[in-house]
Design a protein around this ligand. Structure first.
Ligand SMILES: [Zn+2]
Length: 474
């Protein structure tokens, strides 16, 4: 790629041709999940910029690798994967529908760029930064990695004077936030293109295809595979929307159930979550010193913020960072916050459920326990099929077979009776920051369940050996 990586040649991009077709301008790299990926000139524009390379220092699954050692792939690999699947999807649509959809080179490039850039707004440890850290240091702020991606794209384009069609850039940005905007948005021209990267209509998109397939590569022996390729084969556009062959509803169901399985088993694993809670505490204690949260206001600063922040804390000798450093050291020697127990909220209580807090548990402690709010952490984990309390299949448009041109919705009675009728789980977990308090916190947690539901809803008792843990001296 050396020829193009010099001066302005890198930054100029004539949008008139379809670089995928021209092998002179593309490069082949091998990807673990998707095999050979062709990188084209769209990538030449962005890939060599450090900003995208910083995605290499963001682990796709945050701290999951602390429990599943194979889960070390980066957001960079994911972005390449989404880029590749997005280009595959749009090319298939072009092939299946011939000229009727009017898919042009402009559209193909737009979808590919959206795939490549959709996650540039992520912070350290991905979702942890957004969901756990920021709300605690900048409460009330409305911030999302999708919106940050838009700011970062503007920054990259300005900073490197990338000569790119402003209309194309606008569409790329709209595609990236399409999943947040959902169905309410008025229908755009070629709306079906917005279904590809971040689908707001029904949640079937290549972003999920990639992260699920990547996770299955590491964990395929634990969780049954879902095959994105099969779904992509049956895509068809009707009324400006990507629809799927009715026969494939089980494949779609598998997409959402695999995602839920991965959440339960891997992404939300009790130990992964315990380590995450510690890293969040460490970042909060280091926030003042490094001004971490303030960096979301400044794209020029933000790109430098990645998972290596933990190393910076650990190797600093600054007095201000002592508490934070101690937490990281505890993680290193596996002296982690203790998971005490969990229960699933009973089905009949799901409707009016409100999040359980540390305060709720403190109020349920035995009189001799002396727990205070600092000792207890409660997490409320929602696991669903990407449609909240609703059946995900209800949001999807199908078609009967390749001879029919009508959209249809599947009725409950027509589909397999083995599929679930409840689509959401709410799991309440309790942790303690101090290992020696496992017994007292577990007891308070049981009391809370009895007080709230009239019975213990947890499946297992807290193991006896956990109750005798002591704080490990350094
Ligand atoms: Zn993504």
């Amino acid at each position: 790629m050396g020829d193009y990586h010099n001066g302005n040649a890198l930054l100029r991009y004539n949008s008139g041709d379809d670089p995928f077709e021209d092998r002179r301008f593309s490069k082949l790299i091998h990807d673990n999940v998707h095999g050979n990926i062709h990188l084209d000139r769209v990538l030449f524009l962005f890939l060599y910029l450090n900003l995208l390379f910083s995605l290499r220092d963001l682990k796709q699954l945050g701290l999951t690798y602390m429990v599943y050692p194979g889960a070390v792939h980066s957001r960079f690999e994911h972005s390449l994967g989404v880029y590749w699947l997005a280009s595959d999807a749009v090319r298939r649509l072009k092939t299946y529908h011939g000229l009727e959809l009017g898919i042009e080179s402009f559209d193909i490039q737009t979808v590919k760029l959206a795939g490549l850039l959709h996650d540039v707004g992520h912070g350290p440890f991905s979702h942890m930064f957004e969901r756990e850290f920021l709300p605690r240091v900048r409460g009330g702020i409305k911030w999302s990695h999708e919106d940050m991606s838009l700011k970062m794209i503007d920054y990259i384009v300005d900073e490197h004077s990338i000569d790119i069609d402003s209309n194309k850039l606008k569409k790329v940005k709209e595609m990236i936030v399409a999943s947040k905007e959902g169905k309410s948005e008025s229908l755009k021209e070629k709306q079906f293109l917005y279904d590809i990267v971040a689908n707001g209509r029904n949640g079937i998109d290549v972003d999920k295809f990639d992260y699920i397939e990547q996770s299955l590569l590491i964990l395929g022996k634990i969780i049954l595979p879902f095959c994105a390729c099969r779904l992509m084969e049956t895509m068809r556009v009707i009324d400006n929307e990507i629809c799927y062959r009715a026969k494939e509803y089980l494949t779609i169901h598998k997409l959402f159930s695999t995602r839920a399985d991965l959440h339960r088993t891997v992404y939300m694993h009790p130990k992964v979550k315990a380590i995450e809670l510690m890293v969040v505490d460490a970042l909060i204690k280091a926030n003042e010193h490094f001004q971490i949260a303030a960096q979301i206001d400044e794209p020029a600063q933000y790109w430098m913020l990645d998972d290596t922040i933990v190393k910076r804390i650990e190797t600093s000798t600054h007095q201000d960072l002592e508490e934070s450093r101690n937490l990281i050291r505890r993680i290193r020697r596996r002296d982690i916050y203790q998971y005490c127990n969990e229960f699933a909220v009973p089905k009949e209580n799901l409707e009016h459920f409100r999040n359980v807090t540390a305060q709720d548990i403190i109020c349920s402690q035995n009189s001799d326990a002396h727990l205070n709010e600092e000792d207890v952490i409660v997490t409320n984990v929602k696991i669903d099929l990407a449609s909240g309390k609703n059946n995900p299949l209800e949001r999807i448009s199908f078609f009967q077979d390749y001879d029919s041109f009508e959209k249809l919705r599947l009725k409950d009675g027509c589909i397999s009776h083995l599929l679930p009728v409840c689509y959401q789980d709410m799991i309440v977990r309790v942790y303690t920051r101090k290992p020696e308090l496992v017994e007292a916190v577990s007891k308070a947690f049981e009391n809370f369940q009895i007080k709230t539901y009239g019975k213990k809803t947890q499946v297992h008792a807290t193991p006896e050996k956990k109750k005798c843990l002591k704080y490990k001296e350094k």
